[in-house]
Design a protein around this ligand. Structure first.
Ligand code: SF4
Length: 448
């Protein structure tokens, strides 16, 4: 995957003019291959070479975007098989299925849950993004009415039906750039035309991977670039097999006909809500682009959102909170200053406990490069010197009449050094080891 420096050099003008910032085209080619330069730095590269280099540098699985506004959902764009190799790029879109033969009140309730079930965790908004609208009646008028109902939400849509029905849905939701589902051998020409006219991504369904290859080559030749694949199987075992083997072919062999994100329907694999949730979890791990569920309830959606967050968080970049002073429960000049690290999870747990205590307090977050308190201490980043330096930098002292600094219980060992660094104006206290004990500690030591 990717061209070598020599291969890139062969596509460059070879004039060695130096305008790209290095003396020779060969050096520039080497830098490009190493990701240290941008092709745009050479003003003389031909269009043909540009196209070739862009195609070669594209990820083996194409990124496809659908939805609009704040809720654009990018799927695909993956470059590795395993998360520990690098990182997964675009989390799968999680979605809800609504059908045009469902009672209106049921659809309304489901869409209400779609909108309401959002969770704030580690500074992120976790939610489902997708609504799949399915035509069971084949009636364009009914599908249009369903599309109107979905339009009231901010969902990124997937329109499921035959071309005539999809046109009725597009009349309402075209601006959302919906995924059009599904092109098959029997409707390929019409669906291809619809995708070209609307500019929307096209989902392709086959009975097996060979079908998909034939269909994607057909649509690619038509000029349709944004494709989504449904390998068609509706058992966990067969669908998982297809997802894994398609991903391997796309990544390991750079096999472009299967280099597209997938859509999967756990809602069509079982009637048991618990099993459906487990199936969805399997496809989040391996390797769905869009996962459609029959309904969204807190007990099935929340664990899937957390699983997705865990898998799609870059393991090489710890989640960090910005260094500084945070205020809780309206602190006064007599409120304590607690200290913690900037590892996001630590910050959100500690801040949640301070908030729950209802005791006015400041929380000073120390930049530890995203390490937790104990690890940061072991790495020399959470020590008396760094705590003291930050305390001075924040000038929190100017807001306080009584100066009490509370260290996490696990780093009680740095209290002596910290006292020296912060000076006699400050009283250094040791807080609890476990964040769950913070409310009791605060209420006992700093009563209102
Ligand atoms: Fe070669 Fe282009 Fe760099 Fe000039 S600007 S040296 S032509 S790569």
């Amino acid at each position: 995957m990717g061209l070598s420096g020599i291969q890139i050099f062969k596509l460059l003008p070879k004039t060695n003019c130096g305008e790209c910032g290095v003396p020779t085209c060969l050096a520039f080619g080497m830098n490009l291959a190493a990701g240290k330069a941008e092709l745009s730095q050479c003003p003389y590269v031909s269009e043909e070479a540009q196209e070739k280099l862009a195609a070669e540098s594209a990820p083996p699985i194409r990124t496809v975007n659908f939805g609009s506004g704040e809720n654009v959902v990018p799927v695909g764009g993956e470059t590795v098989l395993y998360r520990h190799e690098k990182t997964f790029v675009n989390k799968p879109g999680l979605g809800l299925l609504v059908c045009d033969d469902e009672p209106e009140a049921d659809v309304k309730e489901k869409l209400q849950r779609f909108t309401n079930l959002q969770y704030e965790r580690v500074g992120l908004n976790l939610r489902a993004e997708v609504v799949a609208l399915k035509s069971n009646t084949g009636d364009p008028a009914k599908f249009k009415a369903l599309a109107e109902a979905v339009k009231a939400t901010d969902a990124a849509p997937v329109l499921i039906g035959e071309p005539e029905v999809l046109k009725a849905g597009l009349a309402v939701l075209k601006d959302r750039k919906p995924v059009l589902y599904a092109a098959t051998f029997s409707n390929a020409a019409e669906m291809g035309q619809l995708a070209l006219e609307s500019g929307c991504p096209l989902a392709v369904r086959g009975e097996n991977q060979d079908d998909l290859v034939e269909l994607t080559e057909y649509f690619t030749a038509m000029g349709i670039k944004d494709l989504v694949l449904d390998p068609g199987k509706r058992t966990l075992r067969d669908s998982l097999y297809d997802h894994v083997s398609m991903r391997r072919l796309a990544i390991n062999k750079v096999f472009r006909p299967l280099g597209f994100p997938t859509i999967t329907f756990p809602c069509e694999m079982t009637n048991d809500p618990m099993l459906e949730t487990m199936y969805a979890g399997v496809f989040i791990a391996k390797y769905a682009g869009i996962v459609i569920l029959s309904d969204l309830k807190g007990e099935n959606l929340f664990p899937l959102l957390l699983q997705r967050l865990n898998i799609y968080t870059d393991p090489q970049r710890p989640m960090k909170t910005t260094e500084g002073i945070y205020e809780f429960n309206g602190p006064t000049e007599n409120s304590p200053v607690l200290v913690t690290s900037n590892f996001s999870l630590t910050y959100f747990i500690v801040s949640g406990e301070i908030e729950a205590s209802r005791v006015p307090a400041y929380l000073m977050v120390l930049d530890t490069d995203g390490l937790s308190v104990l690890t940061a201490w072991a790495a020399g980043k959470f020590v008396g010197e760094t705590v003291g330096a930050l305390l001075k930098k924040t000038k929190i002292e100017e807001k306080l009449a009584t100066r009490k600094l509370v260290l996490p219980g696990y780093v009680a060992v740095i209290s002596g050094d910290t006292e020296e660094e912060v000076g006699k104006n400050w009283e250094v206290q040791i807080g609890p080891r476990e964040s769950a004990h913070i409310p009791a500690f605060l209420r006992q030591n700093f009563p209102a």
